[in-house]
Unconditional design. Structure first.
Length: 276
């Protein structure tokens, strides 16, 4: 777990290091978390998933191509050898998405601040009022890793041939179609055969990740089969992937997630409880 997550105390020891870049990946949406910590880590730089995206895709914050990602990240002053520490102001929410984006683009020297900005403050870390945006252009180069992401066609193939299991991070009520989707124009339910593990079950009251293997087992996940994670728009699916990474298991994120699957008239949908 130490390679994927970094404690607030260890992160503080890196503050000011020339090769370490702190990125604030805070993001939310109406209905998402709102009461996060105020301020930011001194010297940290903003990373907006709504800006670093595929602008040609109508779906929200989809992963851009390597060239576009490289351009954005270089403008943040990030180099090929930069050590990245990612956090968000909610504890753990959107920081996992930023972590996954860099992983998908081949940058492995990256950790998520466990507990995010609230943990930093609780540990006595200082706070700034604004981010650092004065850095020079970096020399970062993205190298796309296709095994980290999967599209709708790939998910449909996995459903047909059983080559991977699908794990959905949405709440149970959305998964079972007991409540409507928060985004208009989407059907309710889940992908055929999908399992459900709400991401909130992996996060403690202190906002720290608790990647318990028993939680994945209770969701019916086979530890010997590949995993595809999914959610509403590709954000909290990355929390599942982050937790799996802590357990030594790599997964693929369905980037379009329910924003794509639930909005199409030709995708198969199931409702009710998950398979046991």
């Amino acid at each position: 777990m130490a390679q994927t997550l970094i404690s607030a105390a260890d992160a503080m020891s890196r503050l000011g290091d020339a090769d370490t870049v702190f990125l604030d990946g805070s993001w939310t949406f109406p209905g998402g978390p709102q009461d996060g910590a105020e301020g930011c880590i001194p010297g940290s730089r903003p990373f907006d998933i709504d800006q670093v995206r595929d602008t040609a895709n109508p779906l929200p914050h989809m992963l851009p191509d390597a060239e576009t990602f490289t351009r954005h990240v270089r403008a943040m002053g990030i180099n090929a050898d930069s050590r990245l520490v990612i956090y968000d102001r909610f504890g753990l929410f959107s920081a996992a998405r930023v972590w996954w984006m860099f992983k998908a683009m081949g940058h492995d020297n990256i950790q998520v601040l466990d507990g995010g900005l609230p943990a930093w403050i609780a540990a006595g870390g200082t706070i700034a009022d604004s981010h650092d945006t004065s850095q020079q252009v970096g020399d970062f180069v993205a190298c796309f890793k296709p095994e980290r992401v999967i599209d709708r066609v790939g998910v449909e193939a996995a459903i047909r041939d059983g080559s991977a299991q699908i794990l959905d991070s949405r709440g149970k009520a959305r998964f079972t179609a007991r409540v409507p989707e928060p985004r208009q124009g989407m059907r309710s339910g889940h992908m055929p055969g999908a399992r459900n593990l709400p991401f909130t079950r992996l996060i403690g009251v202190d906002g720290r990740l608790a990647p318990d293997p028993a939680l994945f087992e209770s969701a019916g996940l086979d530890p010997d089969r590949p995993v595809i994670t999914t959610c509403g728009s590709g954000v909290t699916a990355c929390i599942l992937s982050l937790a799996l990474d802590c357990l030594g298991r790599q997964s693929a994120v369905y980037d379009g997630s329910w924003s794509e699957w639930g909005s199409r008239p030709d995708t198969e949908i199931e409702t009710g409880r998950a398979p046991s």
